[in-house]
Structure formats: structure tokens, C-alpha cells
Design a protein around this ligand. Structure first.
Ligand SMILES: [Zn+2]
Length: 141
């Protein structure tokens, strides 16, 4: 996966939990990195210092294909931050990249999302910096 940005000044500012994800994304790999809990097997994204399910500290990085399917979506009409005033309305999809691995991603298409629609994940531009984005697979729209 590569990191694609278009807006000037927007850059990734990783924290301790997300540094590994951004390092992996910057390599141009064709996978989406996520954490797997060594204790309970929970798969999680975004990355955290602890397992979201059992709070274990031992997490291992793994990679899923960029292929995913839409499991849900919403249209955001209310700008919760001032920098989103010009962005609304916009859509956010919950995309399943691997069994039990769901990623919130900005929808990047004029095509209406639908349940089970095949999509491809990427890191694309967002108002506050790079973020997960999803668009329909070329053969699905
Ligand atoms: Zn766990």
C-alpha cells in the first residue's frame, strides 16, 4: 500500500500505536496491516497499545489483502470538526478486509455503497491527513 495525499500540509503524524502501520503503508505493499492479539486472536484496526477485547499487551502485526467488502455505511451530514464544514455530506463505509477485521474508511466514489459490494482499500487524502479510503473494485461498479 502506498500513502497518497493531495492536500498541502497534510502529513502523517504517527503515535506510538500507529507508527508500525504507517511504516508498513509507506512501503507500497499491496496489503493492509492490522494487529492480532497473541492472547485471544482478536484482529483490530486502528492499532492500539492493548487488545481491544482482552487488554493483552502482546500484539503481532499481520497483513490482509486490500480487497474488502462493504458491511455497512453511513452518510455524514454534520461536520463534527470545523475543518469538515466543506466536506459534508460524505460517506463512511465499514469494510471487512478479512474475517472479523473491519475497517472504517472514507468512501471515494459516486457509486452508492451496497451490502457486500467488493471494494479496494487504500490510504488516501483526508481533511486532517491521510486516512483509510475505499472505492468499488473496478469490475464491481
Ligand atoms: Zn486479546
Amino acid at each position: 500500500m502506498s500513502i497518497e495525499t493531495t492536500e498541502p500540509g497534510a502529513e502523517v503524524i504517527p503515535d506510538l500505536d500507529s507508527q508500525e502501520f504507517w511504516d508498513r503503508a509507506a512501503t507500497g505493499a499491496t496489503t493492509f496491516s492490522y494487529q492480532v492479539c497473541d492472547s485471544c486472536g482478536n484482529q483490530q484496526f486502528p492499532p492500539l497499545a492493548l487488545c481491544r477485547r482482552c487488554h493483552a499487551e502482546e500484539l503481532t502485526w499481520s497483513d490482509a489483502p486490500l480487497d474488502a467488502v462493504v458491511r455497512s455505511w453511513i452518510t455524514v451530514n454534520h461536520p463534527i470538526y470545523p475543518y469538515l464544514v466543506d466536506a459534508v455530506p460524505y460517506r463512511v463505509v465499514l469494510a471487512e478486509a478479512a474475517p472479523h477485521l473491519r475497517v472504517l474508511a472514507r468512501w471515494r466514489s459516486d457509486v452508492e455503497p451496497s451490502l457486500g459490494l467488493p471494494v479496494e482499500l487504500a490510504i488516501g487524502p483526508g481533511e486532517a491527513g491521510p486516512m483509510p479510503v475505499a472505492e468499488p473494485k473496478a469490475d464491481a461498479s
